[in-house]
Design a binder for this molecule. Structure first.
Ligand SMILES: *Cc1c(COP(=O)(O)O)cnc(C)c1O
Length: 383
């Protein structure tokens, strides 16, 4: 294969163990949505469970059902419902469903009745991010509707949850404000006779950096994959996290060029002095961010022969050109586009975080977007 994403399942299990230790008595929900942030949802889920996670979380019902089809029996929550889904399949497969509005409650109740089972739900409140969740003004009405269905046995409330807007910015006042709104909403639930179940608000940054936010359960994604949710304040290596995905390729072409030649589409980069160029057969068609070639700031780089080689000019659909600085490694020489880097004692090796900075985005996007053209290979004891 011209390129491959190697996923170290021991790293995922180890990162889960690091999170579990940070969480104290709180449980860990391993978030494996979007194919486990590109790492493979099923193997990532198994590795996280082996490392101490006790819950799995996904956005979509179909993602939860895929975990069940693979034989995974751990509790799974799917939190992004849209009207008209086959929720009976979810209830029959023992998938917990998030409810933020009366229409969702009605559809879950209908699914429970159709299957003759009690559906497990997690009530979602908006505590200040203004994305999903019931508005605080509609919370009491939602609770009253839920209470009726709990009494008749069609639903049980297994959890109550919300999501942070800015937990990756240490000390941001919105974090405490959101927790205060959450605490008040939990009190309202109890006052109206609804047991809120497991309380969960934290994502990776909150789980790692905000002890007060850990509650009963924390939903962690990015940290599980070994990338820091707050890279400026707390780099992955300092958090004890090891990036799990290594994107590799082999040099397709190596050749010398004289000073003054332009490189790649638009000839946006002109080499200032004679050098050698390497062709890496990976591009935006594989999910490499094209912005890495157009955002001002540090250039993206790859590792060849133990050294960082900067990307020159634009990222193409299938390939990028790198500056080999006069070296002439053989075509076929191994290339690491990104890997564990410093966290694995390889400071020269670029990381997904480095690519994110070059592209003006976050490492979440870099790994999640590595596309289906790149085959995955899983390594480690859990593979
Ligand atoms: C994606 C997601 C998470 C995980 O966030 P990380 O920052 O990757 O830990 C947690 N909760 C919800 C609702 C999410 O959408």
């Amino acid at each position: 294969m011209p390129a491959e994403a190697v996923v170290d399942l021991d790293a995922i299990a180890g990162n889960a163990a690091v999170l579990r230790e940070r969480l104290g008595t709180a449980q860990l929900m391993a978030v494996v949505k979007a194919d486990g942030y590109g790492h493979g949802a099923v193997p990532a889920a198994r590795a996280a469970l082996a490392g101490g996670a006790s819950w799995l979380g996904v956005a979509h019902v179909h993602e939860a059902l895929a975990l069940r089809r693979a034989g995974i029996t751990a509790p799974v929550l799917a939190w992004l419902l849209t009207p008209g889904l086959d929720l009976a399949a979810a209830v029959a497969a023992d998938v917990d469903l998030s409810v933020a509005a009366p229409w969702a409650l009605a559809e879950v109740v209908a699914a429970a009745r159709a299957t003759g089972r009690t559906a497990s739900i997690h009530l979602e409140l908006d505590t200040g991010m203004s994305r999903g969740g019931a508005s605080p003004q509609r919370w009491a009405d939602l609770l009253d509707a839920v209470a009726g269905h709990v009494a008749e046995g069609s639903v049980r409330v297994r959890g109550t949850w919300a999501h942070f807007a800015s937990a990756d910015a240490p000390g941001d006042p919105s974090v405490d404000a959101q927790l205060d709104v959450f605490a008040a909403a939990v009190a309202t639930a109890r006052a109206r006779g609804v047991d809120p179940g497991l309380l969960h608000h934290a994502n990776s940054p909150a789980a790692l950096l905000v002890p007060r936010a850990r509650l009963d359960l924390a939903r962690c994604g990015i940290a599980l994959y070994g990338l820091s949710p707050a890279p400026a304040a707390a780099p992955a290596a300092r958090l004890g996290l090891v990036p799990a995905m290594t994107l590799t390729a082999r040099l397709a072409h190596v050749r010398p060029v004289p000073a003054g030649v332009g490189v790649s589409y638009g000839l946006t980069h002109v080499v200032p002095r004679a050098t050698t160029l390497g062709l890496v057969p990976v591009g935006y068609g594989d999910g490499l961010p094209r912005h890495a070639s157009t955002v001002p700031g540090p250039a993206a780089a790859v590792l060849v022969g133990g050294r960082r080689r900067p990307v020159l000019g634009r990222v193409c659909m299938d390939q990028v050109v790198v500056d080999l600085g006069g070296d002439e490694p053989a075509p076929g020489a191994p290339v690491v586009l990104f890997g564990a880097g410093q966290a694995a004692g390889r400071p020269e090796e670029p990381t997904a975080q480095d690519w994110a900075e070059a592209a003006g985005t976050i490492a979440y996007e870099v790994v999640t977007r590595i596309g289906p053209r790149v085959p995955r290979r899983w390594t480690g004891a859990a593979a």
